[in-house]
Design a binder for this molecule. Structure first.
Ligand SMILES: Cc1cc2nc3c(=O)[nH]c(=O)nc-3n(C[C@H](O)[C@H](O)[C@H](O)COP(=O)(O)OP(=O)(O)OC[C@H]3O[C@@H](n4cnc5c(N)ncnc54)[C@H](O)[C@@H]3O)c2cc1C
Length: 333
């Protein structure tokens, strides 16, 4: 890292995940917070977008980014890995960051793997912890569906990692800091994929699964797609996202983007509420790092009770409406 001594090279980079309306998502506070702590404040954001905003830059600054590398171009939307990865790799080649972090989102999971491959360095995917050991970064990540934690070191930098949401302490907001914007000249590769149709998902009015502080999960015990309305009603009261097990997704009751588990989303909310979910190892792989786990299942032997902090052996169709009523009362007072 030859430029390490001369300026901001050697910084920890975070790749911005935005809401496509010009604002960085809340998970960026966590990525910037952790990068800031590890680097002693030498943290910068890299923002590839077709739509940036001054408010977004201000937010990144308040979360600790001293600089925003801004590549704003219409050709960056919709996201395509083959367009984005070379830009980040080119910029990293010029600026020699010490680390490149991004939150685990469906886009960055792929993007940072491509970036690491282009740079010929290792990737610590789905990291749940970091520590500096002397001059080297050590990442901790779950393996074997979350049964073990492994520690990894990079043979060479930059240290590329994706960070699991809701695990790292967010940067303190409101710090009176501003980010300097730098618009580097980079070549924007041609897209190899052309979108012929774009479908927007209907907004549910509920938070996004991977970002939510409370997640309600419905399994095969829900009996059919029509019954998810009772979970959504509860979600509206307590501000929770509603996810599902693979059995429910395979049955066509919920779209795949709502699947929690090894082959779905990984979540780490403050509170997980599972209804009619048995607790198969592949489901646990996606939610076992939740802070508090509550399970409702009519089978007292259901494996989910082994990891649950609170369990109710009962019919979910009686428990869900009753709990929703109680939550309503509590939140109204
Ligand atoms: C390679 C691979 C990858 C996989 N990836 C995933 C993944 O990402 N995510 C995932 O979830 N699974 C995954 N699976 C599937 C997993 O093994 C289980 O089959 C699945 O999680 C079961 O879903 P479930 O708990 O909803 O259903 P079931 O195991 O059928 O459990 C339903 C539960 O509902 C309870 N119940 C029924 N009626 C009621 C009621 N009225 N009130 C209360 N409780 C009731 C039952 O007692 C039961 O415990 C994967 C499997 C494989 C092989």
């Amino acid at each position: 890292m030859s430029k390490g001594e001369t300026g901001m090279a050697g910084a920890f980079w975070t790749i911005v995940e935005d809401d496509r309306q010009g604002m960085p998502k809340k998970v960026m506070a966590e990525a910037l917070g952790e990068a800031g702590r590890l680097s002693g404040g030498n943290v910068e954001a890299v923002w590839l977008t077709d739509k940036a905003s001054d408010a977004g830059v201000k937010q990144l600054g308040e979360w600790g980014a001293s600089k925003v590398w801004m590549v704003e171009n219409a050709a960056l939307a919709p996201y395509r890995g083959e367009v984005w990865a070379p830009i980040i790799a080119e910029l990293a080649g010029k600026e020699s960051p010490k680390a490149i972090f991004g939150p685990v989102t469906s886009r960055q999971r792929e993007l940072l793997a491509r970036v690491a491959a282009r740079l010929g360095v290792g990737l610590c995917a789905d990291a749940v912890g970091f520590a500096m050991e002397g001059d080297a970064l050590v990442g901790t990540r779950p393996v074997y569906a979350g049964k073990l934690l492994s520690k990894v070191k990079w043979a060479k930098g930059p240290w590329v990692a994706t960070l699991r949401p809701n695990v790292f302490r967010p940067a303190d907001a409101g710090v009176a800091k501003t980010a300097q914007v730098e618009k580097p000249s980079v070549s924007i590769p041609d897209a190899k994929l052309k979108f012929v149709e774009r479908r927007e998902e209907a907004a549910t009015g509920l938070p996004e699964l991977t970002e939510a502080e409370i997640v309600i999960s419905g399994g095969r015990g829900m009996k059919g797609p029509e019954n998810y309305v009772i979970l959504e009603a509860m979600g509206k009261v307590i501000g929770a996202a509603v996810g599902a097990s693979r059995a429910a997704v395979d049955a066509g009751w919920r779209p795949h983007r709502f699947q929690i588990g090894q082959t779905g989303r990984t979540i780490s909310p403050k509170l997980y509420l599972g209804f009619g979910v048995s607790g198969a190892i592949q489901h646990l792989a996606g939610m076992r790092t939740s802070k508090v786990i509550v399970a409702v299942n009519k089978d007292p032997e259901a494996p989910i009770f082994k990891i649950a902090d609170y369990g109710i052996v009962a019919d979910l169709f009686e428990v869900v409406p009753a709990l929703t009523q109680e939550f309503k009362k509590l939140l109204e007072t």
